[in-house]
Ligand binder design. Structure first.
Ligand SMILES: [Mg+2]
Ligand SMILES: [Zn+2]
Length: 209
């Protein structure tokens, strides 16, 4: 059976906005469904990615339950909200993979040095097996260097979302996590994929004599 190409998508900072918590001075993932704000372009972007022939597969670290920041049912609500928002744009994810573990978890059953918390590649290998994916022709889209690292380990091309800054450049070097591409947001991803596809098609054509 022919293998599929996938675009792996991180969730927080890719499909939805991050939150700034001034008390903790921390920028992080939303802690409730109410807090979770999907980017207005997310649904259409995912739909366009799928129209280009890619499977859209979510791969997300969600240690909030493990850290008692929210309950399992709140996590389910957040998952439901993302699905509902995407459905408004006639679009759905082909699969969703979550790591709920954390090495310092308060909740004991999640306290674990697992093989699926990004930058570890466990979830990507699992997805590849379960969906017969061609990892070498797949992409990982994330807003953090752990996403870039996980993508690189499995041989995907990586797209880091954000604005190029000197600080980020230093971090990329320090973490040895060079992305293949950098874009401001998920909104620009379908166009990049389309241009790479047509480049590939042009390269495959016989050179004129
Ligand atoms: Mg993220
Ligand atoms: Zn895990």
């Amino acid at each position: 059976m022919r293998k599929s190409r996938a675009v792996f998508l991180d969730r927080d900072g890719v499909l939805n906005d991050l939150e700034y918590n001034p008390e903790e001075g921390r920028i992080g993932s939303p802690l409730s469904a109410k807090q979770l704000r999907i980017f207005p372009y997310a649904g259409e972007s995912v739909r366009r990615i799928k129209e280009l022939g890619f499977k859209a597969i979510l791969v997300s670290n969600q240690p909030g339950v493990a850290k008692r920041q929210f309950t399992h049912s709140e996590l389910e609500k957040m998952i439901g909200k993302v699905r509902k928002e995407l459905a408004k744009h006639e679009c759905s994810l082909d699969a969703e993979y979550y790591c709920l573990h954390h090495p310092d978890a308060i909740v004991r059953k999640y306290r674990l040095d697992c093989d699926c918390r990004k930058p570890k590649p466990g979830l990507l290998f699992r997805a590849a097996k379960e969906h017969n994916l061609d990892l070498g022709n797949s992409f990982f889209v994330g807003d953090a260097l752990v996403d870039v690292k996980a993508g690189r380990i499995v041989g995907c091309r990586t797209i880091l979302l954000g604005h190029p800054t000197t600080f980020l450049s230093m971090m990329i070097e320090r973490e040895d996590a060079r992305p293949d591409f950098m874009l401001p947001s998920l909104k620009q991803v379908p166009d990049l994929l389309r241009s790479l596809k047509s480049e590939g098609a042009a390269a495959g054509k016989k050179a004129p004599n």
